[in-house]
Design a protein around this ligand. Structure first.
Ligand SMILES: [Zn+2]
Length: 161
């Protein structure tokens, strides 16, 4: 759940970090940052560009990529890479965490699971690996794609009935 209060607190904290590094924050970048933080949908860079473009028609997609790079440098954004589609971003929870992904519409949702830290500790203990971090994705058909599929099946009818 992304509340307005959470968005403002998080944007302010990130802005402070950027300024502390002596980096510039243009109004365009600030708007990109706010769009990233306020989206619960794990947007792609293109989603963000299309959201911000009406406010800054002269802005180029490079501004979105540069802002994402700054956030990556600060460790304030989680980048989700996919083999056959664009990277998606989570600027709300920058630590690796599990997601549920719809195979039809590509929607990505956060998933609260039990003891993630315990699982990481178990993996480290059993394998001797250091700096273990999870990449945990579950795939399925989201509720709205399921209803769309059912509606389609009803509309096309059953042959011979
Ligand atoms: Zn997430």
């Amino acid at each position: 759940m992304v509340t307005q209060q959470h968005v403002e607190t998080r944007v302010e904290a990130i802005v402070r970090k950027i300024r502390a590094r002596g980096q510039r924050l243009t109004p365009q970048r600030l708007t990109v940052l706010r769009a990233l933080v306020s989206s619960p949908h794990h947007p792609s860079a293109d989603h963000i560009y299309r959201e911000v473009a009406p406010t800054f028609p002269m802005m180029s997609p490079a501004t979105v990529y540069k802002t994402i790079e700054v956030l990556k440098d600060l460790g304030e954004i989680l980048e989700l890479e996919f083999r056959d589609s664009a990277n998606r971003y989570d600027a709300n929870i920058p630590q690796p965490h599990p997601h549920v992904i719809c195979t039809q519409c590509g929607r990505i949702q956060d998933l609260e699971v039990g003891d993630m830290d315990g699982l990481i500790a178990t993996v480290a203990a059993r394998t001797g690996y250091y700096r273990v971090r999870p990449r945990l994705d579950f795939y399925g058909l989201c509720p709205s794609c399921q209803s769309a599929r059912e509606a389609h099946a009803h509309a096309s009818g059953q042959p011979g009935q």
